[in-house]
Design a protein around this ligand. Sequence first.
Ligand code: DHE
Length: 563
Amino acid sequence: MKKLKLFLLLFALVGLFSCKNEKKEDTSKKTEEAKVEKAATGVSLTPAEMEKAKKIFFNTCAGCHGTTRKGATGPSLLPDGDGKFPATKDLGTEAIKSIITNGMPGGMPDWGKQGILSPQEVELMAKFVQLPPPPVPKYTMDDVMKSWKLIVPVKDRVTKPMTKRNWRNYFGVVLRDAGQVAIIDGDTKEKVAILNTGFAVHILRTSVSGRYFFSIGRDGKVTLIDLWPETPQIVAEAKASFDARSVEVSKYHGPKGDFRDKYIIVGGYTPSHYVVFDAMTLKPLKLVKTDGKVLGKGEYRDEARVASIVASHHDPLWVVNVKETGMVWLVDYSDLDKIDENTAKIPTAQFLHDGGWDHTGKYFLVAANAVNKIVVIDVPNKKLVTIIDVGTKPHPGRGANIYNKKYGWLWVTGHIGEGKLAFIATDPGPNQWKVVHNIVMEGGGGGNLFVKTHPKSKHLWADRALSTQEDLQRSIFVYDINTFKLLKTLHVPDKYKGRAVHMEYNKNGNEVWVSVWGKKNETTSAVLIYDDKTLKLKQAIEGDWLITPTGKFNVYNTAHDIY
Ligand code: DHE
């Protein structure tokens, strides 16, 4: 924390210093030929440079800073500042270049050092953020409709599994920079299919039956993958927006009807809206904008991006987390004509990101990561329960539900901003919704992205993929869920290059799969498979097709919300 404060101070000081220099430059550049985009400081970009910068910003920066650059997980990047963070034009090119190259302790990646951005690209981006943000293009229901492709109609699909494989133990593995999803047989560890799902797929979710995977890409493209043919295949696709991170299916079956696998919802980052599709064909059915006022009463935000979405098993509801406004929407999908008027909109805390169910599936816990809080929603009663202070930049993924002998059921989150795992009690009683324990992770600094457990396991697994220290990036930490003691630190074998990220159990809950997320042009990425009892490496999946593996989703565990 101290370090972070120091850095911010430095950040501001460097800004002031470079501001003076910029002013000097200003006068000398007055006569320079006008270019298309020019800031008050004299920074300018040609149309071609602008296009390139927009693309890089979308791929690497918009997720945290927002397309309109008003800030979310990361600070605002506005030429004139926003009162909280320095104006980018005051920071100046050199200071911004240094930040983009070296990263920041709170989670800003070292894009330059990692070689993801070249020095020229770093300079380009340093200039880009001193210019006003370009306008966000429109994307309407007509555009969604035009993008829809039904590749295999339902009547032409197989009616039973055509494979002898144990498809319920398939893993869908995101091959991020290849724009693909690999389907891997969890029993034999063989590659079953590689599917071209589109640019930087982010996550997969399954249908309730487990037969289908839905993938969502950073380009807003949703893909329906049928796992029943001998070789899994894409049967439909559509584009919900320019930029997206979440997809979920309808799961409710009860007195209000059977909605299992009837609809899916895709949450749009840019433009900010959600789209409901027919789950079996991906025919677009409804688009609802998510813009609104911060916490329902403050500043109006057009960029109000949909972060995580989960589906209730107890009610016909999706929990839709609107990042910039800090509103949790409980979207009742039982009558699509009244979907907006039947939505409960609950003000919580700004910059909602990722989250998951407690073990009962009635309470949803979501990180408001930029304000270091976890929000708890009582979904059946449609109300905010409480907002809990945790560590710096909580990042639970979907979190992990463990049963601890002393405290009962606990839901766990890690943090990007500090090396801490926070355990929140969820059972009714005096401790409910309190952080009853913190684990301080070894090695200092933050960088944890995901935690994972399984009902049959006594272990909690945690990565450090965003650590600034290379040895921590390549380590996985396994803790005892009763004593909270670190049992083992697992290191990625040297032959594989890249960060260890995201864990997933197999269907039986006795293996843990970990990605080694290498570079796009190298074939040294891998998926490591550990025995959950012995904590020994059992097998490594590798191959020239395994490009930049990140998230992994086991069919059975995803369909049953096991985490
Ligand atoms: Fe993710 C989940 C957003 C960067 C891998 N990520 C999520 C969710 C959101 C989100 C909102 C929750 C989805 C849900 O549950 O419905 N992620 C973002 C970003 O905005 C961010 C910070 C920057 C960006 O530009 O995308 C970002 N995420 C990353 C990565 O760099 C990761 C590590 C690698 C990758 O593939 O891009 C990454 N995010 C994941 C994974 C999940 C995820 C694997 C699902 C976790 C799970 O177990 O459910």
